[in-house]
Design a protein around this ligand. Structure first.
Ligand SMILES: C[S@@+](CC[C@H](N)C(=O)[O-])C[C@H]1O[C@@H](n2cnc3c(N)ncnc32)[C@H](O)[C@@H]1O
Length: 282
């Protein structure tokens, strides 16, 4: 009996600390939201999770992103991992967008922090957030409903989205590349080339590869299975090799970088496949 009381008090204590860390709204969402029904409504039944995504203990969270724990704790962890200021960091993505885009896609949108900012800054645009985790999408949907922002949430693979070709003015990819094998990131870039309109813009915000390659302790701290491989390579090179033009990298905050590029491919009308590496003026 004594042990039970002790455990209950301990559990209450842990719950109190978690509540402080993740916030009351996230704790309520965790406890009361019908995750099974929410995930079923968003889930794409034809989708098979790739092996690289299903590896155990991703981020130290059991089941990686495929659980409600990941969805409700993600924002708190990200704020901590984005010094000195996450909002300011994401603001740089908004600042780099040219003109008034009509179609915006946020790949690997997670809980939608960036997607919401994109829609708020560009209310005229149709904004789609795509992610492989229905749990993250449930959380994103909860946030967009609360903020009264009309965003389309889609369960899918960033490297094979099934979305319409030549459709988007802007694609953003935030903090996703350090969480997948580099060969998959390169496939995602090919998919972006397919999806972007001529002169469409790709913006990638992620960990600073120059810094991370000397910060193994940080990678271990956040239990990131692919970050060591990510840090050894260069998003700037990947984008250039994928055929993007005007590729530029800026270093932001303490440990982030933003790489932008323009997709100036011409469409081969006979095959409807993009002719990579040709510029409009060529
Ligand atoms: C670190 S989170 C970034 C979330 C969000 N973009 C942000 O800025 O906070 C990485 C996200 O990428 C998603 N992800 C990983 N691999 C993916 C893939 N192949 N296709 C789509 N989403 C993927 C994960 O489910 C996760 O939500």
């Amino acid at each position: 009996m004594k042990t039970t009381v002790h455990q209950t008090l301990w559990q209450l204590c842990v719950k109190g600390v978690v509540r402080i860390l993740i916030g009351a709204d996230n704790q309520k969402q965790y406890d009361t939201y019908d995750w099974d029904a929410g995930c079923s409504a968003l889930r794409n039944p034809d989708l098979t999770y790739p092996q690289y995504y299903r590896i155990p203990n991703f981020h130290g969270v059991k089941s990686g992103y495929l659980c409600k724990e990941a969805a409700v704790t993600y924002d708190a962890v990200t704020a901590f991992a984005s010094p000195p200021n996450e909002t300011h960091l994401r603001q740089q993505v908004l600042t780099s967008i040219r003109g008034k885009p009509q179609q915006i896609l946020d790949l690997g949108c997670g809980t939608g922090s960036m997607t919401l900012m994109l829609k708020a800054a560009h209310p005229q645009a149709e904004v789609i957030g795509l992610d492989l985790s229905p749990y993250m999408l449930c959380q994103a949907q909860h946030k967009s409903q609360k903020a009264q922002l009309n965003i389309h949430w889609r369960h899918g693979l960033a490297e094979d989205t099934g979305l319409e070709a030549d459709h988007f003015d802007v694609i953003t990819i935030c903090m996703m590349f350090h969480e997948m094998p580099p060969r998959i990131s390169r496939l995602v870039l090919q998919e972006c080339r397919r999806l972007l309109k001529p002169n469409g813009q790709l913006i990638i915000l992620d960990g600073n590869q120059n810094r991370l390659c000397h910060a193994d302790w940080l990678i271990r701290l956040f239990q990131e299975p692919y970050s060591t491989a990510y840090a050894r390579e260069s998003v700037q090179d990947w984008m250039t090799q994928a055929g993007f033009d005007n590729v530029r990298t800026q270093y932001l905050g303490w440990i982030h970088q933003m790489t932008t590029g323009i997709c100036s491919h011409l469409q081969d009308e006979s095959t409807t496949k993009p002719l990579f590496c040709q510029t409009r003026s060529a």
